[in-house]
Design a binder for this molecule. Structure first.
Ligand SMILES: [Fe+2]
Length: 218
């Protein structure tokens, strides 16, 4: 991957490229950028389509075609995937992916509160409950996670942070990036950016996006 791309994602937390490498598969593009990861069996490439009916414990099951809340992906995992790569198969300019910078969240709510805010998955995984913090200082970055559906506060400061994060998010104007044309791609730093799918407008039900997670960039 080029230095320009690496610089761009470090600076902005995401990278959009229009009509990128149209002859390559998303797996080839993911391998070009870094190291793809398989989050669950047969899950290397996930195809995202709007659904009105889905499992009750999923975003589609709860929100259907409506605006999804801001979140980072797999926030209830001990180590969420570092990056997600989205690629347009069928897209629309008026169904953008919305993003909010976790650095701004830290500025607003403070690293002190976020790194002491203990949360737990809303549903235990494999019978055990793991406690996690909204912010964790890593080697060279601070890892941010947020998911108001799948995480819930598990401490007093967690409850304070929960209220503050929700309030702050409701005041923000997000960055909107549309995967509008086939082969448009969006690479997102999932340890930094919160993202959300916007509402699926009538006539836009055929939207189709591919997703691959990456554990690191080259
Ligand atoms: Fe997501």
């Amino acid at each position: 991957m080029s230095l320009r791309i690496r610089d761009e994602i470090r600076k902005s937390g995401y990278l959009f490229c229009g009509s990128y490498r149209s002859n390559d598969s998303i797996v080839e593009i993911a391998e070009h950028f870094g190291k793809p990861l398989v989050p669950w069996e047969d899950g290397l490439v996930q195809t995202l389509v709007p659904r009105t009916e889905a499992a009750p414990n999923s975003y589609s099951g709860i929100y259907g075609l409506g605006h999804f809340p801001f979140h980072s992906d797999l926030a209830h995992w001990r180590t969420p995937p570092r990056y997600l790569l989205l690629r347009c198969i069928t897209g629309y300019a008026d169904v953008p992916t919305l993003m909010i910078d976790g650095h701004d969240l830290i500025d607003a709510v403070t690293l002190d509160i976020l790194s002491r805010a203990i949360f737990k998955p809303r549903r235990p995984r494999d019978g055990s409950v793991s406690l996690i913090r909204l912010c964790e200082p890593m080697d060279d970055v601070v890892r941010v996670r947020w998911d108001e559906v799948f995480l819930k506060p598990a401490s007093r400061i967690g409850e304070v942070a929960d209220v503050r994060v929700r309030e702050w998010l409701s005041t923000r104007t997000p960055t909107a990036v549309s995967l509008a044309k086939p082969h448009d791609i969006l690479l997102i730093d999932n340890w930094r950016m919160l993202h959300a799918r916007s509402q699926i407008l009538p006539g836009r039900e055929s939207r189709m996006i591919e997703r691959v997670y990456l554990e690191e960039l080259h």
